[in-house]
Design a protein around this ligand. Structure first.
Ligand code: BG6
Ligand code: MG
Length: 223
């Protein structure tokens, strides 16, 4: 098992980790599911966390047994409709939307010389970082458009470590989604989950909320 002293970098998810955009994504998908007559559930909402835009749409259509009801062009139009609603909400965001403790954690990491990269599946990540005034913290952002496979595939976390020129074992990946924790583990990084311990049981360590995520607490768990 990796020791705390081996850690040199942190690879961050964004939605649901740094800010609560996972709720905004969920609301926008819920609205689309309602308009398509697909019934919404907590399981569906949780399963969508971390999943790319088109894969999310496919999951929703599948949940309603409608995966064969739309052409590719129609699917793109549905995903665009969801994204337009999501972006309208993102445009209202300010630094006040940073989750508790996250700004202090990022400052601490930067002060102590850890390297940071972003491994968000969201094509809107640069816009969200800009709204939160956090873009300076993340000069290294994995471009989700460059990926062959989305989470739970490890590709995005592997690239997140590569951008820092670090070995995956020198990195901690931070996630709120089960699919993301799976991706971190498969990439060979230490996985830190934020949220429900049962849902994120595969993570190397789980914190109930963002405020508990501090270097001191991480060091205690890693030893
Ligand atoms: C992930 C979110 O970070 O990004 C998902 O957890 C979202 O809910 C995915 O679907 C893709 O985001 P976007 O902004 O490119 O549609
Ligand atoms: Mg997330």
């Amino acid at each position: 098992m990796t020791k705390f002293a081996d850690i040199k970098g942190f690879v961050f998810d964004l939605d649901g980790v740094i800010t609560d955009t996972s709720v905004l994504h969920g609301n926008a998908w819920h609205q689309l599911a309602d308009s398509l007559g697909v019934s919404w559930s907590d399981d569906l909402a949780n399963g969508l966390k971390g999943i790319s835009r088109m894969d999310s749409l496919e999951m929703i259509l599948k949940a309603g047994h409608k995966e064969n009801d739309y052409s590719q062009d129609q699917k793109v139009a549905l995903a665009t409709q969801k994204n337009d609603n999501y972006v309208a909400e993102v445009n209202k965001m300010t630094p006040a939307n940073i989750l508790p403790g996250m700004k202090a954690f990022l400052d601490d990491l930067r002060d102590k010389g850890y390297q940071l990269s972003l491994a968000s599946a969201s094509k809107n990540a640069p816009r969200v970082l800009d709204k939160l005034q956090l873009a300076d913290y993340f000069p290294q952002v994995v471009d989700p458009a460059s990926l062959t496979h989305g989470k739970p595939d490890p590709e995005i976390y592997t690239k997140g470590a590569q951008l820092l020129s670090l070995d995956p074992a020198q990195c901690i990946g931070i996630e709120d989604a089960a699919a993301g924790v799976q991706a971190i583990n498969a990439a060979g990084e230490v996985s830190l989950g934020i949220g429900d311990a049962h849902e994120l049981a595969a993570a190397d360590m789980v914190f109930a909320d963002t405020a508990s995520v501090t270097l001191e607490n991480i060091a205690k768990r890693l030893g």
